[in-house]
Design a protein around this ligand. Structure first.
Ligand code: HEM
Length: 431
């Protein structure tokens, strides 16, 4: 490659980025429209922040294969609300050290330990749906389930502790992707206060004698990059990150999956042929494997298609520490934020990618490279837990119940912070 063949970044020409930011929040096809015009890599400005958007397997692979030239990055609001100790906001050796410690919560033996708790939550939900006299919003129940898995099963919280955490956490989440101005009474100011209470509560939990309920004992002895045990505040911020990262995302994937199944009777029949061959509940020893891709191919294809079609995280970010080259000839300068635009990328390619069709993942579809959990050194730590929760929930509910949706409701998806049916996906048990 000769230097003369290199070319500068295609750009929208936006300077202040005010209109671009408004369009980004309003238009689900924001990135797609610009990719169509400018190609797979382009630069724009978002409220004064230059931002490079990329799509397609080549550009994404090029970015992630140059770890020495990139580091993690999150918007200011997320940075402030997560805190400076959070592994999401760290880079280099200190990121690696915390990641290693937190990863212990998601090892296969840890997942095996959580499985009976997850199965109980699913059975309880099944009973609640059966007994309900009026339609229930399934999306809200998926949120509650995903929160309980992290709060109760992983962190070992119960009763009042968990409820207190939940209400502050909802205040905190609302401001995550907002403008980080702490004007009195603003959502951001309220979220900062909620954050203070959350961290205090989480620190208190870390200091309680370790109970055998959650997985926190697995973190005992966590050391930082200098070999010193983590401070309580540091650990508290890692736990806050887990609540944030594992709750909205998993709830969104579950709600979107249920929506597709319940609105497409043919799809449900196709899946049920497989589900009816599976036993419920699985034994604790088998729970992590019973419905994996070797035993439940259709379920795996369905989960992949939900992640492709309505990715819970629409994009993830990196910041360049040096200039780098994407797609063989496009130069991205140093100190640029790069957004991997998953929503657009997942529909970019040949064929019927605008249609929800899980069967594509059982065919030889080589052009698709999906990254719903990100990639490289910062790939999602909770991937296996999220996949386990989703598989158990689908088999657990559909093995026992026939659900139907209430017709007069808005089935469209709100997009921010993660896709979710607008009217909550009201359902009742058939029969
Ligand atoms: C369907 C559910 C989920 C999706 C789609 C998802 C997606 C993602 C994505 C896209 C990233 C950014 C990766 C990158 O920058 O390359 C991420 C990071 C992360 N996720 Fe998840 N996630 C899910 C569930 C979970 C769960 C259940 C947990 C844990 C309880 C979790 C914990 C984390 C953590 C700790 C990080 C930060 C990793 C780091 O910076 O090193 N996620 N996730």
């Amino acid at each position: 490659m000769t230097m003369s063949k290199l070319r500068p970044l295609p750009t929208t020409g936006a300077l202040t980025g005010i209109l671009e930011a408004l369009a980004f929040f309003r238009d689900p096809n924001f990135a797609q429209r610009r990719f169509d015009r400018l190609g797979n890599v382009f630069e724009t400005s978002m409220l004064g922040q230059p931002m490079v958007f990329i799509q397609g397997s080549k550009a994404i692979a090029d970015l992630l294969s140059q770890p020495e030239a990139i580091e993690g990055w999150w918007p200011k609001s997320v940075q402030q609300l997560l805190g400076s100790h959070s592994l999401a906001n760290r880079n280099g050796a200190s990121h690696k050290a915390r990641r290693r410690v937190v990863a212990q919560l998601f090892s296969s033996s840890a997942l095996q330990r959580y499985s009976p708790g997850i199965i109980n939550l699913i059975d309880e939900l099944g009973e609640e749906l059966k007994a309900a006299k009026a339609p229930l919003p399934l999306a809200e129940r998926m949120r509650r389930f995903a929160f309980s898995v992290i709060a109760t099963t992983v962190l070992g919280l119960e009763g009042h502790d968990r409820d207190k955490l939940f209400s502050d956490f909802e205040i905190w989440t609302k401001a995550l992707f907002s403008i980080p101005l702490a004007l009195p009474g603003s959502p951001f100011a309220k979220a900062l206060k909620a954050r203070k209470r959350l961290i205090e509560k989480l620190q208190e939990i870390v200091n309680q004698p370790i109970n055998s309920k959650g997985g926190l004992d697995l973190l005992a002895g966590g050391l930082d990059e200098a070999g010193i045990p983590f401070a309580d505040e540091d650990l508290g911020e890692q736990l806050l990150l887990l609540l944030f990262a594992g709750y909205e995302t998993t709830a969104s994937a579950l709600s979107c999956l249920m929506r597709e199944l319940l609105l497409n009777p043919q799809l449900e029949t196709w899946l049920r042929k497989e589900i009816d061959t599976l036993d419920w509940p699985p034994t604790p020893e088998q729970a992590t494997m019973a419905y994996d891709p070797t035993n439940a191919q259709r379920l795996d294809a369905l989960v992949k298609e939900v992640m492709r079609f309505t990715p819970p995280v629409g994009g993830f970010f990196r910041r360049t520490k040096k200039s780098l080259i994407l797609e063989d000839d496009i130069v991205v300068p140093n100190d640029r934020v790069v957004q991997v635009a998953l929503i657009a990328s997942n529909r970019h390619g040949i064929g019927d990618l605008d249609i929800f069709r899980p069967q594509r993942h059982l065919e030889n579809e080589s052009s698709l490279s999906l990254m719903p959990f990100g990639g490289g050194e910062r790939v999602c730590l909770g991937k296996s837990l999220a996949e386990l929760e989703i598989r158990l929930m689908v088999v657990g509910l559909f093995r026992k119940l026939q659900l139907e949706v209430i017709p007069d409701q808005d089935f469209t998806l709100r997009q921010i912070p993660s896709p979710s049916p607008r009217d909550g996906l009201l359902v009742k048990v058939r029969g």
